[in-house]
Design a binder for this molecule. Structure first.
Ligand code: CUA
Length: 378
């Protein structure tokens, strides 16, 4: 403040004029525009999260990272619902605070903005104990409510009752695909896991290389899959359906192509799937398929891949016993088809640069036969 009692800012009267011009109704209009824009943004984001679930079944595969919609607000598992309910409560709490602050600001802008001829110093309230206590206690209570609800939700999601009897599924992150094992049913598969509905499932995640993050937005919470460590999430799906999952932590060049599907089925269908998955890969039913099988064993495919019921028992790459039945190839980079299997085997690096799978310099007829054999493994 200057000696003559007038407010003085660092940049002189120009800044003072700007501040004054923002007072009164002009300031309130600006504030209203800000509040409207923020509300519109919040509505847009939350409705997108809720609506994306409706696009599940028709999601284009292999069309970019958006292929796996984020629909955490459309939970299909009690744990995902616990988390989305917490989100809505905290959003509502924040919304109320936001509008009260905007309202208080608007009232103060109108009431206390500079009026012509009013040049004396405004009343000073520095050190007012009632105000100090109020603006410390009210936020503390608001944050305490959020904290208690968060702890209750964390407990419900991370330590459900009867956890010991849950069906155990192992999810192992690889650059860039997911391996799934269900020890109880001797299932080893990749990029697609089936789960029984209304059944508590314990997913034990780990990684063989770098840190990945396992998440099926509609079914569980996000969890880091880290090397030399095991982290656990629980799923208890309340309806059948196909739910997209993906890796949610940047883990190298093809992080975006580390997508997978969780197919929730009735217990009977799930068991039929598990029996089939654990069983041997189909024997070639055609001459071309038989040729393809010989190509598979004449190359080094078997040193990285397993096909149940054959001498192929490599573990570096995905288990291929039933590869033809899966939704996509190589974490979703290509939709599953015989033609795409052929494209992939011809030169994987075109579709997934940096993937461990090398290109094999195969004759066209051999490539054809190999793709036919792989696609017949359903
Ligand atoms: Cu694995 Cu990102």
């Amino acid at each position: 403040m200057s000696r003559d009692g007038r407010w003085k800012s660092g940049r002189g009267p120009c800044r003072e004029r700007t501040l004054r011009s923002l007072g009164g109704w002009r300031g309130v209009a600006l504030l209203a525009a800000f509040a409207a824009a923020t509300t519109a943004l919040a509505l847009m984001l939350t409705s997108h999260g809720a609506l994306a679930a409706g696009r599940n079944s028709t999601t284009p595969i292999g069309s970019g990272p958006s292929a796996a919609p984020l629909a955490p607000l459309h939970g299909a598992s009690r744990f995902a619902l616990d988390i989305s309910n917490l989100f809505w409560i905290i959003l509502a709490e924040s919304g109320v605070v936001f509008f009260l602050v905007i309202l208080a600001l608007a009232i103060n802008i109108v009431r206390f903005s500079h009026k012509p001829g009013q040049d004396d110093e405004p009343k000073q309230i520095y050190g007012n104990r009632r105000i100090e206590v109020a603006w410390t206690a009210i936020p503390a209570v608001i944050l305490l409510v959020a904290l208690v609800l968060t702890i209750v939700t964390m407990n419900a999601v991370n330590s459900p009752a009867h956890a010991a009897s849950a069906l155990k599924v192992e999810a192992i992150g690889h650059q860039w695909w997911w391996e799934f094992r269900i020890p109880k049913y001797h299932v080893v598969t990749a990029n697609e896991v089936h789960l029984p509905v209304h059944t508590l499932v314990q997913v034990d995640t780990t990684s063989v290389d770098v840190i990945h993050s396992f998440w099926i937005p509609q079914l569980d919470r996000q969890i880091d899959a880290t090397p030399n460590n095991h982290t656990i999430v629980y799923i208890d799906a309340d309806r059948t359906g196909t739910f997209p999952g993906a890796c949610y932590e940047f883990c190298g060049a093809d992080h975006a192509w580390m997508q997978f599907r969780a197919v929730v089925q009735t217990p009977a269908r799930f068991q039929a799937w598990a029996r089939r998955e654990a069983g041997a890969g189909a024997s070639p039913a055609s001459v071309q398929g038989a040729n393809g099988q010989s190509v598979f064993f004449s190359q080094s495919c078997a040193s990285c891949h397993t096909i149940n019921g054959t001498p192929a028992n490599g573990t570096a790459g995905p288990n291929l016993s039933h590869v033809g039945s899966r939704w996509g190839i190589a974490g979703g980079v290509l939709p599953m088809s015989e033609r795409n299997l052929e494209r992939w085997v011809r030169d994987p690096q075109i579709y997934k640069p940096g993937a461990l799978m090398p290109a094999f310099d195969l004759k066209k007829s051999d490539l054809h036969a190999l793709a036919a054999y792989l696609y017949s493994l359903k």
